[in-house]
Design a protein around this ligand. Structure first.
Ligand SMILES: CC(C)(COP(=O)(O)OP(=O)(O)OC[C@H]1O[C@@H](n2cnc3c(N)ncnc32)[C@H](O)[C@@H]1OP(=O)(O)O)[C@@H](O)C(=O)NCCC(=O)NCCS
Length: 329
């Protein structure tokens, strides 16, 4: 495939990324997110994903940076993902330049886009965030262990839960959201956002924020998610899903398993954790990193629930996901 030139700026040339740029992209990605980078797994899907723009920067022919955006929310929003700059070019504003190029290219190809959204796992000082509106912040609990430890871990969680539930006589239960018809009814309910206190009014799927609107259902269906919601009424106050575990470079090759939770009910969150793990542990191999994204108010309770197992441990202190928005003029 011939490279498609976009523009040049600050001594760099900008191009649309192609499948054959993969090795060069990986060469600048070494060590990103401490080895928990999703891009090695997603790069080739990104090349053909509808609404996706992936831009690379080259200096004297050498690939030095990448940025990407996915147009969502019926063409109104671009969700930025994947930003990275090679080690030797960092700290000189290259990230700023490639972001500007990506913004204007997206605007040129998709003129209806007027908002840019992104999520970040670092903790930038307020002055770095002045150009953004902070829409929400979610807590993340990270666990890790060898695949074979997870069965025992889940059995232990179930035993703890049984004891707790007997004490509290808790009748809250969860059901699977099985088909696209049920999912549509759940997500397009106009009260959903307030009932579940959706972060910034969005469903954040493995760092990707999407408004619960019809045009995004197709994007969510592409992700092959497994959904749960509480069965107390037809107006659930808790919802969760997991993304199928995928390979990451960590520790010479590991799996990353993401569970996103919405609604601040600790009892349901505990049950959801067990249910999601039970459904996926059969797929686990090597070392597995589990990220559980949730409202901040239930993080401590979830941490306590998960502690005390020899093989599966909390492997990162409290950290959070920032959800940011910026207008694109
Ligand atoms: C984060 C990273 C891309 C910054 O690259 P850089 O060229 O050194 O960036 P600079 O320090 O020169 O800052 C340039 C701009 O990028 C912005 N920036 C820095 N980190 C950012 C981030 N995580 N998300 C969005 N923008 C970011 C800065 O705010 C600055 O914007 P401004 O010029 O409009 O003020 C680079 O350190 C990197 O590749 N890190 C590893 C991958 C990573 O953590 N990516 C973040 C994805 S959320």
């Amino acid at each position: 495939m011939e490279a498609q030139f976009i523009t040049k700026d600050a001594g760099l040339t900008f191009w649309l990324a192609r499948p054959q740029d993969f090795d060069e992209v990986m060469a600048i990605s070494n060590g990103i997110y401490g080895g928990k980078d999703y891009l090695p797994h997603r790069y080739h899907t990104w090349m053909t994903e509808p609404g996706r723009v992936v831009i690379i920067a080259r200096r004297s022919g050498k690939l030095v940076a990448l940025d990407s955006g996915l147009v969502v929310d019926g063409g109104q929003t671009v969700v930025m993902e994947g930003l990275r700059v090679c080690m030797s070019e960092r700290g000189h504003g290259v990230a700023g330049v490639i972001q500007q190029v990506t913004d204007s290219y997206v605007k040129q190809v998709y003129p209806s886009v007027n908002t840019k959204r992104l999520t970040r796992g670092d903790n930038p000082p307020p002055e770095k965030l002045s150009k953004f509106t902070v829409l929400a912040q979610r807590a993340i609990l990270t666990l890790c262990g060898e695949a074979e430890s997870f069965k025992g871990f889940v059995l232990g969680l179930r035993a703890k839960l049984d004891t707790m539930e007997k004490l509290n006589d808790n009748k809250n239960c969860l059901v699977a959201v099985k088909d696209s018809h049920q999912l549509k009814a759940l997500l397009l309910d106009p009260d959903l956002s307030s009932r579940l206190q959706l972060p910034g009014g969005a469903i954040i799927q493995d760092w990707q924020p999407l408004k619960p609107i019809e045009s995004n259902l197709e994007i969510l269906e592409r992700r092959n998610l497994t959904w749960l919601a509480n069965c107390a009424s037809d107006k659930p106050t808790f919802m969760s899903f997991h993304t199928p575990a995928y390979p990451i470079p960590f520790n010479g090759g590991s799996l990353r398993f993401n569970i996103d939770m919405f609604g601040a009910n600790l009892s349901l969150a505990r049950k959801a954790l067990i249910a999601h793990l039970e459904q996926e542990t059969g797929e686990f191999h090597k070392c597995v990193l589990v990220n559980i994204y949730m409202p901040q108010t239930i993080w401590e309770g979830m941490r306590e629930f998960c502690e005390g197992h020899e093989g599966v441990k909390q492997c990162r202190n409290y950290w959070s996901q920032l959800f940011l928005e910026q207008e694109i003029p």
